[in-house]
Design a protein around this ligand. Structure first.
Ligand code: PNW
Length: 490
């Protein structure tokens, strides 16, 4: 008999931790009060409101600046071990520099941290989740090397001010989305659309800024504060449309190197620097465009060494998988661009759709990504720093529950069968919030938020119960009520 093992793992290992994530601009609101300055998302949504699907913005969002005690109550109900949230740079340092510190902003995060401590919820703090002070953007943002200094100064301030309360730091959330979507495209603020150019300037400065913050923490703060510091890298995982087609298999690998490897290779490999295929492809395309130097600059030996090894854990944000269907130039891609530098055509004809166009449900892709991270980066310790599902906000969110269950099950499989070192899991997100250019039209939360009501009432969805049961028992909930009525056994 064929003996494929379908071991059904349900229990999480000892010490595995569960959390939930948010980001400052998506929940806080209070955009122009208590000393906060304008950030790039305030600027984009106010100057070009049509760029958000439902015309909403982050002015009030979930009003967490005023309602953070409600957030803490929800976190307590979910029973999470940790809460991943981000600091608003423009709230702490209104000029973006350390020449002005905003005491009300500083106090806000102390209040939140103290409330979390009271409930024994560990903070995981992201320094940068996309909301750059507009004044720094006016200087070019991450396209300007000065950002290396400004980010280090900002990190220095945060470590000094909060380091005795925070033991887990994340420098950047999803450098790919920052550099490609915001500098190389118009998908995120500041929507520069400098395709094939600004995206690569950004990655260069961002990786240096990350490394400088890491070394600062490592040398100056870690000895006293004893915490850890990492980066969260986003993945769309690329699979070959036909796994038996060796050309497609090779192309999918190229796509994964361009997507995940762009930021992971410089930090998590022995060799360091950008993936070789990325350097080669961009150099070759740049030559044929008649440029005098490649659009993607290589790191020199100093920076290769300086960036290597600068993350205590590999933080992975994962949502979805796309298919690579063939070589060639994407008809929708601009030229030059990151897309054309890959030279692959992709397709979304995989898995069940969600409320987000880019997002199909493919749990097997998640397992493959995790195995690939193990083999590509020498089996690093991993935290899943985001994973979640979008719909339109229903309270009986069976599809979200199924998404979580299948992805958590994939984690258990790769831990037990493949020895991947996944140490913790973060669900995106605590409550429906400002989903960037999708506004509130795509909802990822455990709690529904009514944005037509100034009190921003939050209502637990069924998935909140599911997660609560998971964190209480440290195993996948088996309760029939978490299945769609049509799929229940009794
Ligand atoms: C992340 N993709 O963005 C962000 O970190 C969150 O702020 C955001 O709300 C959440 O995921 C949901 O979108 C992503 O194309 C954007 O794979 C795009 C992708 C993944 C994550």
């Amino acid at each position: 008999t064929s003996c494929v093992s379908h071991a059904h793992y349900t229990k999480f290992p000892e010490g595995f931790i569960f959390g939930v994530a948010t980001a400052a601009h998506q929940i806080e609101g209070a955009w122009n009060v208590s000393g906060k300055s304008e950030n790039v998302w305030d600027h984009l949504t106010h100057t070009k409101p049509w760029m958000v699907a439902d015309g909403t913005n982050g002015d009030i969002a979930c009003d967490s600046y005023n309602r953070y005690m409600e957030d803490v109550e929800e976190l307590t109900n979910l029973g999470v071990d940790f809460y991943r949230f981000s600091f608003s740079w423009a709230r702490l340092l209104p000029t973006g520099r350390i020449d002005q510190i905003n005491p009300e902003g500083v106090q806000y995060y102390h209040n939140l941290l103290d409330a979390l401590a009271e409930k024994n919820i560990e903070p995981f703090v992201t320094l940068f989740h996309w909301d750059l002070p507009q004044s720094l953007q006016d200087l070019g943002g991450f396209a300007n090397p000065i950002m290396v200094d400004y980010f280090r100064d900002y990190a220095d301030f945060c470590f000094r001010e909060y380091g005795d309360k925070i033991k887990s730091w994340i420098t950047f959330n999803e450098p790919y989305e920052i550099c490609e979507d915001a500098y190389g495209d118009i998908k995120k603020a500041p929507a520069l659309n400098s395709h094939g150019v600004g995206n690569y300037l950004c990655s260069h400065n961002l990786l240096k800024a990350h490394a400088e913050a890491y070394h600062l923490y490592n040398e100056t703060y870690r000895p006293k504060q004893n915490g850890r510091i990492m980066i969260s890298i986003n993945s769309i995982w690329y699979e070959p449309a036909d796994p038996n087609d060796s050309e497609l298999v090779a192309l999918a690998e190229v796509a994964n190197q361009f997507k995940f490897g762009w930021f992971a290779h410089p930090i998590f490999t022995e060799e360091g620097g950008y993936p070789a295929v990325m350097v080669e492809n961009v150099a070759q395309n740049s030559r044929s465009e008649g440029l005098t130097k490649p659009r993607l600059e290589q790191f020199d030996d100093y920076w290769i060494e300086r960036i290597k090894g600068t993350s205590d854990f590999l933080g992975i944000n994962h949502y979805t998988t796309h298919l690579v269907t063939g070589p060639g130039l994407d008809p929708n891609a601009k030229s030059p661009s990151w897309w054309n530098d890959i030279g692959a055509i992709t397709s979304l004809e995989v898995g069940e759709p969600t409320a987000s166009t880019w997002f199909r449900v493919v749990p097997t892709g998640f397992a493959n990504l995790l195995r690939w991270c193990k083999s590509s980066y020498n089996n690093p310790p991993i935290y899943i720093t985001e994973n979640g599902y979008s719909d339109r906000g229903t309270l009986e969110d069976y599809d979200r529950i199924k998404y979580f269950n299948d992805h958590l099950s994939a984690i258990l499989h790769v831990i037990n069968d493949d020895g991947v070192r996944v140490l913790g899991y973060t669900a995106w997100t605590l409550m429906d919030n400002f989903e960037w250019r999708a506004g509130f039209s795509e909802r990822f939360g455990f709690y529904h938020v009514d944005i037509t009501d100034p009190a921003r009432p939050r209502t637990a969805k069924l998935s909140a119960d599911y997660y609560k049961q998971l964190t209480a028992n440290r195993e996948l909930p088996q309760d029939e009520r978490f299945k769609k009525p049509s799929e229940r056994r009794y």
